[in-house]
Design a protein around this ligand. Sequence first.
Ligand code: NAD
Length: 486
Amino acid sequence: MLDAPKAARMLIGGQWVDAADGAVVETLDPASGKIIGTIPDASASDVDAAVAAARKAQGPWAATPPAERARILWKIADLIEANIDELSELEALDQGKPLYVARWAEIPGAVGQFRFFAGQAMAIEGQTITPSITYQPQGKEMRAWTVREAVGVVAAIVPWNSPLVLTAMKLAPAFAAGCAVVLKPAEDTSLSAIRLGELIQEAGLPDGVFNVITGRGAISGAALASHHDVDKVAFTGSTATGRAILDASKGNLKRVSLELGGKSPVVIMGDADLNLAIPGAANAIFFNAGQVCVAGSRSYVHASVYDQVVEGLAAYAGGLKLGHGLDPATQMGPLVNARQAERVSGFIAGARSEGAAIVAGGERLGPAGTFITPTVVANVTASMEIVREEVFGPVLAVQKFDDVEEVVAMANDSVYGLAASVWTESLSHAHRLSSRIKAGTVWINCHSMYDASLPIGGVKQSGYGRDSGREALESYLETKTICAVV
Ligand code: NAD
């Protein structure tokens, strides 16, 4: 059975340490509101120490043969897999997610990241180029080529909704490229990152290549984002924090990748297979209690099937079993904390007062007030807050449409552009809609399908840069051009 650390420590340069000033923050079980333990509340001096450790380790790590880097990445994957039950329980306790979400989706997703990028570590290559420069000395020739070099020291800052897999999405390509990392997990969900630190040490990653700094975003996160010896910030989180990170990065013009918020549309055409589309659309929003960046939180349903779909979604929502993440029967857990549940309740109350109909759920429950019943909101209009804002909870707003032109405009009427899904049996609808919807990913007859090989990221205010896939590796590499007269 799980033995969560009561007073967890941070990892700096291979040593497990407290904050230099001894400060801690409590971490809670969101389902019960009970304190699980404490994590160090790092300050700027702890961040300085972690960045210095990463700087010292980075050069030798980048010079390590790619096959050796790959071997260690593969070993990290094996160790995560060997400890999958413990890591799943830790996520269920600390974040609140149902065990099955961690056990069958997220932790295997983290394993996949390390395996995919183990392969990529051995496939880093530059180009040879023939320039047209004519003024080299007589009798000499010109040669030119590019090499790819690690960006350097990376600050990875991640949110609380899917802690371990989002962390793996930063670490695996960064290590493959030869970067050293200082990770700042979210203050509510740092325990799996700390356990991952132990597994990474066991895998033999040299000290200092991976460091974990815990505590509050506004203190240690901000110190990392503005640090002059950090070369890149790889951030996943809210659009508001993304903007703050971009501002903080200006001092040394560090590279920044931003995986931000979303308000992803789910388009159900009149010709969709509703046996797939109704549970698919429900899962797109209720999985992980809607705390998913790509959650399908706006559904657009063709008028010919609208009533049937709304009824089906409401029935699905009403049938979900809420409970503690550690209870294997639980299908939906709490939100990560009472503040988030309060925020989500506020959106539901706002929709009600604007005249929307709550056709399922809408309640706030539980000993700590952190559970929100799966909620379906109908009678919404495009201008309502519930359609425009990222709720980040189990709340689906459903609207009706009549034709393709109308639904394309509705789907694109958002400041966000992270993901979308289209449910149709028509090849023509699938192609035309997927090319016209402005989003980083469009799924057809599925939603939230992640794989380490598939780039994921946003357009518009959902950010820029991509996690996963070859593109993620490229974002941890710089190109150096070498031009020679020979
Ligand atoms: P958040 O932006 O509040 O926090 C994310 C991380 O940033 C945390 O580690 C936090 O401590 C840190 N942080 C906070 N303030 C900071 C600052 N001033 N400087 C540096 N770091 C700071 O986000 P959250 O509430 O933890 O997570 C939910 C958000 O994350 C949602 O908007 C969701 O859409 C987004 N998200 C995006 C993706 C994606 O891939 N696009 C994936 C998951 C979550």
